[in-house]
Design a protein around this ligand. Structure first.
Ligand SMILES: Cc1cc2nc3c(=O)[nH]c(=O)nc-3n(C[C@H](O)[C@H](O)[C@H](O)COP(=O)(O)OP(=O)(O)OC[C@H]3O[C@@H](n4cnc5c(N)ncnc54)[C@H](O)[C@@H]3O)c2cc1C
Length: 312
């Protein structure tokens, strides 16, 4: 979750074309390149290798083929085909069957019906193979549409399908009740996007307080909840709520991002909790990477050091 200082920094950096060019050129070049801290690589093979390593440490995975905001139906179709190829590669490799995707990658900005159709194509391949598919939540112009599509597909019988709610948005507590009521599956996050005051809490303390309230609703009334955070206070609270309500560690999972708080991931797995690591990969890694930088100013210094080290 961004505080206002790092949000400002993030936006300055995001606008820098120079940094974008440098990052794109150097970020993935070598196994030691800086973007590889958060992104498993540009190919499915690299992501599968990273997934196998995570599984070797007793944690589960979800793979995300990076890409968002596609501007043509051709590109949306290509992304759909790419996802299906990823599913096939995962099946062949034997890694855990779980993927995350974004609706704008499947064409939501171009044509809603086509995006739904593309998602169905992916589900038709994924569900019979035993996959779980999570629809990531994008910024607030897509919230209503994403939830609408999620519920539509759920009602059409796609049950290995989940969605994400962001505690930063005022509406999310109500959305959580709605989804709990029809049996849907929620990943709870704080929210990665800069959102206007009209729709979202601006203070970190308010986002955290909403996250805490939603945690309780999700753990006590949700279905296979996914608690996605690196915040030790929220993790401790989740453990306490679960204990107090007799919800065993097999009935929910913690989720964290590849490369973030690996110490905490390992500690939770060792303590007997289910931990799933979100593994992003693909050529379109820059927007995802920028969101991760914005979350922690220290990450920016790390990248600048990486660029200087590689370009020097
Ligand atoms: C599995 C998963 C899936 C997600 N899916 C979505 C989604 O679909 N839509 C969406 O809007 N957001 C998504 N997010 C991102 C989320 O909304 C937050 O932006 C992100 O998780 C940071 O918030 P936090 O809960 O970790 O807490 P914060 O309060 O931001 O951070 C707590 C602590 O975690 C560590 N930390 C957090 N971020 C970083 C980082 N980038 N680098 C290093 N350390 C860090 C720091 O130690 C920090 O003090 C997802 C997050 C996870 C873990």
């Amino acid at each position: 979750m961004l505080d206002s200082a790092s949000k400002t920094l993030f936006h300055l950096i995001a606008q820098s074309q120079t940094l974008k060019k440098l990052a794109s050129r150097y970020g993935m070049r070598k196994p030691s390149s800086f973007a590889r801290r958060f992104i498993a690589g540009e190919t499915a093979a690299e992501a599968i290798e990273a997934a196998a390593a995570v599984e070797g440490r007793a944690m589960a995975v979800t793979l995300d083929l990076l890409g968002e905001s596609v501007t043509s139906l051709d590109k949306a179709d290509a992304a759909t085909r790419d996802y299906i190829a990823v599913i096939d590669a995962m099946v062949a490799s034997g890694v855990g069957r779980n993927i995350s995707l974004k609706l704008t990658q499947l064409g939501l900005d171009v044509d809603k019906a086509s995006a739904i159709d593309n998602l169905r194509k992916i589900l038709e391949r994924a569900e019979p193979a035993g996959f779980f598919v999570r629809i990531d939540m994008e910024n607030s112009p897509y919230t209503e549409l994403t939830l609408e599509i999620y519920e539509l597909l759920w009602r059409h019988g796609y049950r290995q399908l989940g969605v994400v709610l962001q505690s930063a948005l005022y509406r999310s507590e109500k959305d959580l009740e709605t989804i709990n009521a029809f049996g849907g599956r929620v990943r709870l996050v704080k929210g990665a996007y800069k959102e206007p005051k009209a729709v979202a809490y601006q203070k970190k303390a308010d986002v955290d307080a909403a996250y805490a309230r939603m945690l309780k609703t999700l753990i006590t009334g949700g279905h296979d909840p996914a608690i996605a955070t690196h915040d030790p206070a929220m993790i401790e609270l989740a453990r306490t709520i679960a204990r107090e309500h007799g919800v065993g560690p097999d009935r929910f999972e913690f989720q964290m991002l590849y490369g973030v708080r690996r110490d905490l991931q390992a500690m939770l797995a060792k303590a007997g909790y289910r931990v799933r690591v979100y593994i992003p990969f693909g050529r379109e890694w820059f927007p995802y990477f920028m969101r991760r930088l914005g979350e922690r100013p220290a990450n920016v210094a790390f990248v600048i050091r990486g660029i200087l080290g590689e370009s020097g």
